[in-house]
Design a protein around this ligand. Sequence first.
Ligand code: ADP
Length: 270
Amino acid sequence: DERRILQYQITLYGDDERLVMARDITRLHQLEQMRRDFVANVSHELRTPLTVLSGYLETYGELSDQLPPRLGRGIEQMQAQTQRMQNLVNDLLLLSRLEIDQGGKDHQPLDVAALLNNVGADALALSDHQHTLDIDIDNVAQLVGSEQEIRSTVSNLAFNAVRYTPPGSAITLRWKAFGSGACIEVSDNGEGIDPVHIPRLTERFYRVDKGRSTATGGTGLGLAIVKHVLLRHDAQLQIDSHPGEGALFRCVFPATRLVTPAAPTHNVSS
Ligand code: ADP
């Protein structure tokens, strides 16, 4: 009397013939669940030892001028690698949480313009003001979503735009009407991405150039996280890029995700 999960495939032949196939995917579903729980548990368990390690390394780092130079350099390396592991574990944990729960509890109307301005400023700081930034807002509708999740999505895309383009490149953040809904666009005029890679970019750990991505401090999970956050907002990620012509990442939200902000109430002053 255990619940089973069935997947149906219906094929139509001509006007009145149908072939119905049912597949029992209960076991597959259970395995997927186990994988998610395992990743979530491992990431969670790795956090504490990493915090302890980085705490000690910080203390040793403060003493590094009293240590022989080789040891000092070693400590710097250990700090950098520990930080990398912490980023990885945090992203893995975030991704499995996004997969496990449905979300939606913290959804509210968001001020997308303010959010883009904020994230844009962080991206410029990350690039040490080597990039130029353009913010273009032409839609007054508000997006209904999770502030934290949408912010992390835009940050992931905007930080990638900084990390994968040479200094001097231009980055644009946009919020505009699109189809019957609206979209947030993050684009750059960098080297772009070969179209063969585009369908796989949102896979976990997929990278176009592994060496370079590791050097830029990415975990390889950024776009996988973006995709999951957008799914929870009924939204889609569109990626458009051609080598040498920059890259465009467009998050498309349906009309059901938009609300018109209430007109401001005016105080009558005497
Ligand atoms: P990573 O941590 O490696 O940045 P992501 O999932 O965020 O992982 O991105 C996956 C890959 O997509 C990156 O390794 C990079 O090769 C490519 N990529 C992402 N954004 C851009 C961009 N704006 N321009 C060129 N390549 C990009």
